[in-house]
Design a protein around this ligand. Sequence first.
Ligand code: NAD
Ligand code: UDP
Length: 321
Amino acid sequence: MRVVVTGGAGFIGSHLCEALLAEGHEVTAVDNFLTGSRANIAHLEGEPRFSLVEHDITMPFGGEVEARLGKVDALFHLASPASPADFSKIPLEIAIINSQGTHNVLELARRHGAKYLLTSTSEAYGDPLVHPQTEDYRGNVSTTGLRACYDEGKRFAEAITSVYVREYGVDGRIVRIFNTYGPRMNPEDGRSVPNFITQALRGKPLTVYGEGKQTRSYCYVSDMVAGLMAVMAAPAEKAKGVIFNVGNPDEREILAFAQIIRELCGSDSPIEYQVMPQDDPVRRCPDITRIKTRLGWEPRVPLEEGLPKTIEWFRSVIGDM
Ligand code: NAD
Ligand code: UDP
């Protein structure tokens, strides 16, 4: 198949491109390097079945850009900043990428009759009042807070995807990604995993927000990629128009998580408590019953295996920074 991955030069996107190539597909990454980097895909650029199209998805496809994509059979839509630190740095870009940008990507899918997968987020549940979160839970989201550009942007992306499924018959699927980690996360993007690992490796204090009692459930990137591919591969009767949570239900308190990372890094950095950001969700854990029972996917890589691989990668890159 000829597969397009928007956000293909990002953290998850670059691993997805790699896995799709390994399955024999022709893969085109569409990216403008807003939060991703050329370094993430440099090792793929000599591969004849891989190509990169530099394009900002907030601009319509068509013309020369679309000609370079050729016929598109399947479209994974990942392009969007994802770090909460960006929610206050580039909020307008995030809102427009997820609304206008998603509209442009859906139009591309419609014109090509391509299968389409939106990567939404557990942030669609906001600060959830239901625990663990099932796909049917409609969420507790601030429409005006600092995270709204992203949370509401993704909720709009889900809404317009559903319009294209119903009105134009696009074979669209929605994945709500829960916190994912692994090699190629941007060491400077301010998310918990890059922050804690780089701080521990540099002997600096680990910055825990609030008392660190809030929880997250971390999924290793190879499991996430397998989940995305399983949802895309599923027949329409099982997946068209359906939302799937994809994540690892192994829920941890943030303070304990920071301490595990510190120990695995062999670091004696102190913990430094800092102010809790606005609207930071208190608990987050996916209910993955739907994808497990319908598609037979579940995560395989425990933290004890994924974190050391991730730390090893960070160790190899932060020496260069
Ligand atoms: P990332 O920032 O590493 O990747 C996003 C990619 O999209 C980057 O390469 C960036 O340059 C590209 N991009 C951004 N704006 C663009 C634009 N206008 N045009 C073209 N390309 C653009 O982030 P990630 O962690 O790999 O996240 C990928 C997707 O998964 C995002 O949609 C994100 O919302 C979703 N997600 C990720 C997580 C997570 O824990 N990593 C959790 C929930 C949802
Ligand atoms: N966090 C923290 N210290 C940091 C970065 C993040 O305590 O240096 C906390 C953050 O407040 C949140 C959790 O870790 O409760 C996960 O944050 P991340 O940015 O990884 O993703 P989120 O789940 O908030 O999108």
